[in-house]
Design a protein around this ligand. Structure first.
Ligand SMILES: [Zn+2]
Length: 285
């Protein structure tokens, strides 16, 4: 059994089976309270992401889906620009680029774009939107790209799926130029949410369940300088969306001074939101 990837502790308790990877246990580290899947050595999920993942989630590159992704990408770009305003003409890699919404934004800044996307239909959509980008209909495999070759590496809802956190983070550090930026967005998971998700929901494919605290602790081992924030609706409101409560509609409709919706302002202030996003910088030697 594996020690906690965040703090290294060998003291953990069993929580549940991972519903998407039958046979793999999810445990909670008794020391830092990170919830993680006991992935076996040498295991990879390439076939799952190439063949099953998008189908199981019911995700298609439809016009509605692309609009939703464009909206998310715009918010991510604003967050990245606050951390790194000097973006023009930079070399950018996105791992799991989906239908290409985030790369599309950087195209407008004259960036040199590379993307990996295992799902063929998503890849085709990205291909048609980004004719000049170097796109690969494949999984990103650590170790395949040259040292210090990118100014920025982007992972939107990808880190929670990779089979070995340290292998990938080491590789991002290696392929980034000194001063380069790693952007990560992942779901934020509370104890209650992890337990509910593991019981009732399949098709998410998550191996790692991050809180703001343990994501920060993990990333700081490779990137001492970072900025992290909660984003999106708080969990209660997110659940409300499913039942379409009046409260949810009110929060969604009200636009407040300073930009965004009331829900967005609330999650920033209270540090409660369903997503975490983070920018880290590779140190100059
Ligand atoms: Zn731990």
């Amino acid at each position: 059994m594996k020690n906690c990837p965040v703090c290294g502790s060998s003291n953990f308790g069993h929580i549940n089976k991972n519903p998407d990877f039958s046979g793999l246990d999810v445990v909670e580290c008794k020391h830092c309270h990170f919830f993680y899947t006991q992935v076996e050595d040498g295991q990879n999920f390439y076939d799952y992401y190439k063949e099953e993942y998008r189908t199981e989630r019911g995700e298609k590159a439809s016009p509605q889906y692309i609009t939703k992704m464009n909206f998310r990408a715009e918010a991510q770009k604003n967050f990245i620009f606050e951390f790194e305003p000097d973006i023009y003409g930079k070399k950018i890699l996105e791992i799991g680029c989906g239908c290409g919404s985030l790369l599309k934004i950087f195209e407008n800044y004259g960036c040199d774009l590379t993307g990996y996307e295992p799902d063929e239909k998503m890849f085709q959509k990205a291909r048609s939107r980004l004719p000049k980008a170097a796109l690969y209909n494949d999984i990103f495999r650590p170790g395949n790209l040259p040292d210090e070759s990118f100014d920025m590496v982007l992972l939107s809802h990808v880190l929670e799926h990779v089979e070995d956190l340290h292998l990938y983070l080491q590789d991002f550090q290696r392929i980034l130029k000194p001063g380069g930026v790693l952007f990560i967005e992942v779901p934020q998971e509370s104890r209650a949410k992890v337990k509910a998700v593991l019981k009732y929901r399949t098709g998410l494919g998550h191996l790692w369940f991050f809180s703001s605290k343990n994501l920060k602790r993990l990333l700081k081992q490779y990137f001492p300088k970072l900025k992290i924030e909660c984003y999106g609706m708080p969990l209660g409101m997110y659940m409300g969306q499913w039942f379409n409560t009046k409260m949810y509609r009110l929060f969604k409709l009200l636009r407040v001074r300073g930009g965004g919706t009331l829900a967005e302002q609330f999650s920033k202030k209270c540090k409660k939101g369903i997503y975490l996003r983070c920018c880290c910088r590779k140190e100059f030697c």
